[in-house]
Design a protein around this ligand. Structure first.
Ligand SMILES: [Mg+2]
Length: 430
């Protein structure tokens, strides 16, 4: 009997920068950085930028001299583009497997047949297809467990292997790589745990593999015990083909500058509530309460920040945007103070329940027999709203409360177009 399989991890190299390069070939071969929300700090770097010593998370303002000196290309993050490209990569990988887990925006695990030759051949085709169809460079690591697949992927990328893939299946070869790898580079071992492990004599990943599982459980946790077993080739970490549903949901963002007028801040809050409700409906959840969040203080002086929040309970669980905007405005009115410089607002949805297990109010009319059609039709209204916005682009239909978005949006002064998700932004060939 042979029902084992190999696990592959496909990871896009320098994902955000690579997406930008697909649509702007002048960025190829140059140092490029992508900034976080509000153009705060560097969150993605091309290899050339990494070679200049730019660390992940360096604040933008600290880089200004370096940028001038080396002609570094600077971009604001363009999540519409990255999200769509990620979706396209996932669609291609799914053609090669029945068992697939999207792990992050640029990484996916999937199963391949337990045959080294077949696994390598299929991975090579996949790498080629993603490069040809999307123009994105990826590396693939293949191994009997997720933890080893992560390691194999890291090896393929760091060594710049021409095949862009690495298979760990023979125990001797796996041990040789484990011996050369610091425990800190193993998936799930953070900086503090690494220090702890070094202090007790576990330096290499091979040391961790050879440690007694009981000792790992007693000194650390079941999670670390599993990591040890996975390094030894026993699959212990489940495949999450369906991502677990979120229990709470937060939507918030800093303003582009400080604001003190109620109208503009309420527009921003309504926008975040709308986004949150779309996510609620996407995962078939309802929420019964929200917390309205408001933050005052300057951007430069972190000491001066004050956070305000207020919880608002709904009569019954809902996923209707109008219900939450009403509740949100009520909350905002209670915590808002005039003449105060605010820097951020947001909303947290709490008490999330599945649509199926929702307790219906005694007073809610049964479908088809209610007196107020407009009310019990609101679910249909929300479905129509989502369908239109999905088809014609975000914000095609929106609630008046959201206003024009003009007064509060974040700074993103170096943002490229939504090349793949907006007709108006399609690349033009001249
Ligand atoms: Mg990556």
């Amino acid at each position: 009997m042979n029902n084992r399989s190999l696990i592959a991890l496909c990871d896009v190299n320098n994902f955000y920068v690579s997406c930008e390069r697909v649509f702007n070939s002048r960025l190829v071969g140059k140092p490029v950085i992508v900034l976080s929300n509000n153009d705060g700090c560097a969150i993605a770097r091309s290899d050339e930028a990494k070679q200049l010593g730019i660390e992940m998370g360096t604040p933008f303002f600290q880089l200004k001299d370096l940028i001038k000196q080396y002609d570094i290309q600077v971009l604001s993050s363009n999540y519409a583009l990255y999200g769509d490209m990620s979706e396209r990569v996932q669609q291609i990988i799914r053609q090669y497997t029945d068992s697939f887990e999207n792990y992050s925006i640029d990484e996916s695990f999937f199963r391949l047949p337990d045959n080294d030759v077949v696994a390598i051949e299929q991975s090579a085709r996949l790498i080629d297809q993603i490069q040809t169809w999307l123009g994105l460079p990826v590396c693939i690591g293949i191994a009997p467990t997720k933890t080893l697949a992560k390691l194999a992927n890291r090896y393929a990328k760091k060594q710049k292997l021409p095949s862009k893939l690495h298979l760990l299946s023979r125990p001797e070869a796996t041990d040789a790589l484990l011996e050369k790898t610091d425990v800190g580079h193993i998936w799930g071992i953070g900086r503090r745990m690494k220090a702890h492990m070094h202090a007790m004599g576990l330096y290499s990943a091979l040391d961790l593999k050879n440690a007694s599982p009981k000792q790992l459980r007693d000194r650390f946790s079941v999670v670390v015990e599993r990591t040890g077993r996975e390094l030894a080739g026993t699959e212990c970490i489940d495949f999450e083909e369906m991502p677990p549903k979120k229990k709470q949901l937060i939507c918030s963002r800093s303003f582009g500058s400080r604001l003190s007028d109620f109208e503009t801040i309420s527009n921003a809050l309504a926008y975040h509530i709308t986004r949150g409700c779309v996510s609620l409906r996407k995962q078939d959840s309802h929420a019964q309460s929200i917390k309205v969040l408001l933050e005052s203080g300057s951007f430069s002086d972190d000491g001066g920040i004050r956070r305000y929040s207020i919880g608002i309970q709904l009569a019954e669980p809902s996923c209707n945007t109008a219900d939450f905007i009403k509740a949100g405005m009520l909350g905002l009115r209670k915590i808002f103070k005039p003449d105060t410089p605010y820097r951020k607002t947001g909303v947290c949805f709490l008490d999330l329940t599945d649509q199926a297990e929702r307790q219906v109010s005694l007073f809610e009319p049964a479908p088809g027999v209610g007196e107020e059609p407009a009310d019990y039709n609101s679910e249909g209204l929300m479905q129509a709203l989502d369908a239109v916005n999905q088809r014609f682009g975000k914000n095609t239909l929106k609630f008046a409360r959201e206003g024009t978005h003009a007064g509060w949006t974040m700074q993103s002064n170096y943002k490229t177009h939504a090349y793949t998700t907006r007709w108006d932004d399609l690349l033009r060939v001249q």
